[in-house]
Design a protein. Structure first.
Length: 152
């Protein structure tokens, strides 16, 4: 592993840890979300990590994370396992699938696309599902920090 990749991975691990005393009340249960979400919806999440705080500050938004609801586009899981319904890019794990209960402790909001056809939504879902397993580009963490220091 290259030295910058190793530094980026360590920094990502540190920044993704939850911050104490910075938890918002969850606004919906997984059951309520499941009843409202449609394939192609984006679940916005107000995260509680140091990385989330930085994203919210830099974007001037309450939301630090987004996951795409893909419905039944993912392969079925074994009996007793939770069916993942969301695809997201995680700083540590890369592009992965997660279930709705994963975000049950967080403040969330549904963002629904307007004006997309069902065919376009299917193409978006297929595109993100095909990227499961891709790694997060940690190089940009180092590059952005270096560039920020140059301009300061």
């Amino acid at each position: 592993m290259k030295i910058l990749q190793k530094i980026g991975a360590q920094l990502a691990h540190h920044l993704s840890r939850p911050r104490r005393g910075n938890t918002k009340i969850a606004t919906s249960s997984p059951e309520k979300l499941s009843g409202c979400l449609r394939p192609g919806d984006v679940l916005l999440v107000e995260g509680n990590s140091t990385f989330s705080t930085a994203i919210k500050y830099l974007t001037q938004s309450s939301w630090s994370h987004a996951a795409l609801y893909v419905g039944d586009a993912l392969p079925a899981v074994k009996d007793g396992e939770e069916q993942p319904l969301l695809v997201e890019a995680d700083i540590n794990d890369g592009v992965r699938s997660v279930g709705l209960p994963f975000y049950s402790p967080f403040h969330t909001r549904i963002c629904r696309p307007i004006g997309l056809t069902q065919d376009e939504i299917t193409k978006v879902i297929n595109f993100v599902v095909a990227r499961l397993g891709y790694k997060y580009d940690l190089r940009n963490i180092i590059d952005n920090q270096t560039n920020a220091r140059i301009w300061i």
